[in-house]
Design a protein around this ligand. Structure first.
Ligand code: ANZ
Ligand code: ZN
Length: 831
């Protein structure tokens, strides 16, 4: 084989490896587990898969070579909307589309030669898998972690359809252009917020092991804010700045909230209703925009300032979000920009009037009564008797206007906050508290291709769990049915499926016709991998004890929050259920960058897709894998316009020729070989080992290329028969087996070995040979050169100092101090 015939290599070695069953875990010895985020089966594998699997596989194969027993599983995240949409578009069944794609991907996977154990293979859409997803749902239900609540969804009144946020463009239905509104539906939630503190605090233990960008995104997503809850008459607010309480001049509640609806006075009702309708029609994006005009409506009601007793008008405005804190804020225009803009827009005061000398309130402040005219601009705060703060109130509030806290910074501000909170607690008008940006996880979907929710609704008994021994609740086939979203699940149309006897009373009941968010399926699959055929539970506890938590998880940074947060949540719940004994699923996380083209993300609609199959057909699996790994640090994007798979392919041709050129027979003692080449080999091996530990895969490949060049030079200098050349070529084959398994196997064969380079074993590094070369160190005494020392280039400062002090040049002198600059200079200052 003179040319690099990758197709022949792929044809030759793939069946040989399968017959050798190289990647079955051996079941003993120190273990490691390497999990790639499993694939979603829409079409064939793409460049992003190829990238992630090249990285993950290099790590798994590195561990195998080091002698670890490795679990490296494979599976498919096979429920989900794209299958359903494809089915609607093409008139196929989601299952047919899904399983056909899985077969296509599986074949590509095998060809891509990742070190996975095919016995672990799972699909989340198989009843044997989702039986346990349902079982876990029921455990969450028992614990009160799965609850039903009404919640607003996007609704297209023309299509009578629920829309995902992405389907709402500028407040209109993506399909028909009708103005989208909100609609209340009863939905299932997992109360992930009850784990907010743990999910946040435990991120500290992942520091240094997960990319810091992911940790930051999770922290922001959970968004813990510390402050206080304060009572303003009928309205309770959350504030992070209790110290500004004396600057509060009005109250604002979220329009789409219970509190707004219940406080609105009859006179303001029409204005409020009109405003609410307008708010509901606006998209999320509009709500978030900071530059849009402030809108709002006076509710006709008043709250009472907890300290001064002042009457504060209550407004509804959409800059206050219904789901955050209490959905109500005390507006402090003197300190808060949004409040100031709102005050300016509606002519509300920036500061409260100076309190006249008045006794502190002795009891609850007087109840506010609405003024005759419900216009906020006619409202006079002086109508309520202003009161002086109590003797224990924070000094900044003492008889002055509120903005005095402006200058409070750092400790001062913290002290002011603590004082206000203490005062509020003493008066029984509030307490310290936290709130989170994190929302409960809405898990029900009114869609077909997902895991059925295993409960039954009975008119007499309410929500009744399907008994464990009746799981799985199998998804009905619904072949030929219309699966388009209609606001109710297509499952509701399957009457003979939906109508059942109540498991509790035997009366007529109906199955829950929603399916679960696919993120539920993917929140526990890594555990199922340990025992994919286990039938007594979701996983075999023994197997999980052996393999879990996952040592290395690899996948896309786009999952930084949703998937990676949900998995962490599930792990903690399973631990609290006593099913596992660890609280974090993934010890180490590697998030790969994207594969882009000419700086732009690839997409079908832009027509700039690089097709993985075509790349493999043109350059071979190994060249594509090598290109992926060599392109740059694993976290960076790879611009396919900037890389050279044909360059990779030329390199692989060279190493094959190198292996063929080695004439020294197998088994020769390398100790007899060229010391110079041996030093290079061992030094590079040591570096490559460290680089692999640090997951600096691209640099490890660069060092392997150096090794190839050094061996080539030696052959060209006539050393083809030298055992050191064989040693270098064999080491290179093992190192390359992590990245380019076909080529490495072929090298191994040409070097006279039986197949199975994947398990050849990581070459032992001889520390003496790997030690850095020596350098000359100048030894000065009082700044004058007195001696030259030959020292290892990587000598430590301590060793170098000891060596210098042992020199005859300093012997017998009284030493005041030494200046040590390893490895080249020591200056000894004598007395
Ligand atoms: C008075 C105040 C004065 C506030 C001040 C801030 C600055 P973070 O840090 O994001 O937690 N707020 C409370 N609930 C809200 C809601 N549902 N929608 C919109 N805003 C809300 O922000 C907390 C602050 O955001 C709270 O503290 C509250 O305004 C507002 F100089 O209270 B603050
Ligand atoms: Zn019943």
């Amino acid at each position: 084989m003179s040319d690099y015939d990758f197709a022949a290599l792929q044809r030759t070695w793939q069946p040989v490896w399968e017959s050798l069953d190289l990647f079955r875990p051996r079941g003993s010895g120190p273990r490691r587990s390497m999990v790639d985020m499993f694939a979603y089966p829409s079409g064939d594998l793409h460049m992003g898969h190829a990238e992630a699997y090249a990285f993950g596989d290099a790590v798994a194969r590195f561990w195998i070579q080091q002698g670890y027993d490795v679990l490296h599983p494979v599976g498919w995240d096979s429920f989900g909307l794209p299958a359903e949409n494809a089915a609607i578009r093409r008139g196929t069944h989601p299952a047919d589309w899904t399983y056909a794609n899985i077969e296509t991907q599986a074949a590509s996977f095998r060809q891509y030669a990742t070190s996975v154990d095919w016995r672990t293979r799972l699909h989340t859409s198989d009843p044997s898998y989702y039986r346990w997803t349902q079982w876990l749902f029921l455990r969450l239900l028992e614990r009160g972690l799965a609850v039903r609540r009404r919640s607003a969804v996007n609704w297209c009144p023309a299509d009578r359809t629920v829309l995902a946020n992405e389907q709402v463009i500028a407040g209109r239905c993506e399909r028909c252009g009708a103005a989208v509104t909100k609609r209340d539906l009863t939905q299932w939630f997992f109360t992930i917020t009850t784990y907010a503190d743990q999910l946040l605090d435990d991120l500290d233990s992942l520091e240094g092991h997960w990319p810091s960008a992911v940790l930051t995104m999770q922290r922001n997503w959970i968004g813990r804010s510390t402050g206080a809850y304060l009572d303003f008459g009928p309205v309770r607010v959350f504030t992070t700045r209790p110290d500004t309480v004396h600057g509060a001049t009005f109250l604002v509640v979220a329009p789409d909230s219970e509190v707004a609806a219940s406080l609105c006075t009859p006179g303001q009702r029409p204005a409020f209703d009109a405003y609410l309708a307008r708010v509901r029609a606006a998209s999320e994006i509009e709500h978030m925009a900071t530059d849009r005009p402030r809108t709002g409506v006076f509710l006709g009601a008043y709250g009472t300032h907890p300290f001064t007793g002042a009457r504060l008008p209550i407004w509804a405005a959409d800059y206050v979000l219904p789901g955050y804190g209490t959905g109500a804020v005390m507006a402090v225009p003197a300190h808060d920009t949004r409040d100031r803009e709102f005050a300016d827009a509606f002519n509300l005061p920036h500061t409260p009037p100076s309190p006249a000398a008045a006794p502190p309130p002795t009891g609850p402040p007087p109840a506010a009564s609405p003024p005759a005219t419900p216009s906020p601009t006619t409202h006079s705060p002086a109508a309520s008797p202003p009161t002086a703060p109590s003797p224990t109130a924070p000094s900044h509030a003492a008889g002055t206007t509120a903005p005095s806290a402006d200058t409070a910074v750092g400790h001062e501000r913290d002290a002011a906050i603590a004082a206000v909170v203490a005062e509020a607690e003493a008066r029984g008008v509030g307490h310290a508290g936290v709130t989170y940006r994190l929302r409960d996880w809405l898990v029900s979907r009114q869609r077909y291709w997902g895991c059925p929710i295993p409960v039954v609704h009975c008119a007499a008994c309410g929500v009744v769990p399907v008994p464990d021994d009746q799981l799985p609740v199998v998804l009905p086939d619904l072949r030929g049915a219309d699966l388009a979203p209609r606001g109710v699940s297509p499952l509701a149309a399957a009457r003979d499926w939906a109508e059942v006897d109540c498991p509790r009373c035997g009366g007529p009941a109906e199955r829950d016709t929603d399916t679960m968010d696919t993120f539920v399926d993917s929140s526990w699959y890594f555990l199922r991998y340990c025992s994919p055929a286990y039938e007594q539970g979701p996983f075999d506890p023994e197997a999980v004890r052996r393999w879990m938590p996952v040592d290395q998880y690899v996948g896309g940074a786009e999952h930084a929050v949703l998937h990676l947060l949900y998995v962490r949540f599930f792990t903690k719940v399973l631990r609290d259920l006593g099913l596992i004994d660890f609280g974090e699923p993934f010890r180490r996380l590697l998030t790969q960058g994207q594969v882009v083209l000419n700086g732009a993300a690839m997409s079908k609609s832009k027509g700039n897709m690089v097709d993985l199959g075509e790349q493999i057909a043109a350059h071979g699996v190994d060249a594509v894998r090598l290109t992926m790994v060599f392109a740059g640090p694993p976290g960076d994007d790879i611009d396919w316009a900037d890389v050279s798979p044909s360059g990779s392919s030329r390199f692989l041709g060279r190493v094959l020729r190198l292996a063929a050129d080695v004439t020294c027979p197998p088994g020769a003692d390398p100790a007899a070989g060229s010391p110079q080449l041996r030093r290079t080999t061992h030094r590079l091996l040591r570096t490559i080992t460290d680089l692999m530990e640090e997951r600096r895969l691209n640099v490890a490949v660069a060092r392997a290329m150096e090794l190839a060049n050094a061996a080539r030079r030696a052959v060209d200098e006539g050393l083809a028969g030298d055992p050191a050349v064989r040693e270098a070529a064999e080491a290179l084959a093992v190192v390359l087996s992590l990245f380019t398994p076909y080529t490495a196997e072929e090298m191994w064969a040409r070097l006279g070995h039986e197949p199975g380079v994947a398990r050849a074993g990581w070459p032992a590094v001889d520390p003496a040979l790997a030690a850095e070369t020596t350098v000359t160190c100048a030894l000065q005494v009082n700044g004058k050169l007195r001696d030259r020392l030959t020292v290892p280039a990587d000598i430590s400062a301590r060793d170098l100092e000891a060596l210098a002090l042992g020199s005859p040049a300093v012997a017998g002198r009284e030493i005041r101090r030494t200046v040590v600059r390893p490895p080249t200079l020591v200056n000894v200052v004598t007395g």
